[in-house]
Design a protein around this ligand. Structure first.
Ligand SMILES: C[S@@+](CC[C@H](N)C(=O)[O-])C[C@H]1O[C@@H](n2cnc3c(N)ncnc32)[C@H](O)[C@@H]1O
Length: 124
């Protein structure tokens, strides 16, 4: 599975602990470094990489992903625009945790949305 904008990467850590083959990504080097250290300290096996949504070659190389996860990504309109272009090309099941950011409404209107847990949406 793939996580976009992973930050501290808790979904990736949880998925890896349950046996998933995980690539966690973020454009912030500090976040990726911390996630690698955190995973190693807790003996969690995952891959973590610096990837920007506007330079997604590494993401396309792994497509189609079985599952694509994202949490709290829609805090700027440019993020919504980038993800609208990117997500359809990644394949698989898209699960987005969205806490109610102002740019979420217009973004979600582009998808067939199913709320699978509180503020967690499956996008098709
Ligand atoms: C609000 S944080 C959420 C972090 C984490 N998913 C969470 O829920 O705690 C958004 C994350 O998206 C990353 N991000 C924002 N724009 C990005 C882009 N264009 N490419 C890659 N990552 C990006 C940020 O660096 C940040 O870690």
């Amino acid at each position: 599975m793939l996580e976009l904008g992973a930050g501290l990467g808790l979904p990736s850590l949880a998925a890896a602990l349950r046996g998933a083959d995980v690539l966690a990504t973020d454009w912030a080097e500090d976040a990726v470094t911390l996630l690698r250290v955190n995973a190693a300290r807790n003996r969690v096996e995952l891959r973590a990489a610096c990837v920007r949504w506007d330079e997604p070659e590494q993401l396309y190389a792994g497509a189609p992903w079985d599952v694509v996860l994202g949490a709290d990504l829609l805090y700027e309109q440019r993020n919504a625009d980038a993800l609208l272009a990117l997500l359809p090309r990644l394949g698989g099941e898209i699960l987005l945790a969205e806490p109610g950011r102002p740019f979420a409404g217009r973004f979600l209107a582009h998808w067939d949305v199913e709320e699978v847990a509180e503020r967690v949406y499956r996008l098709r």
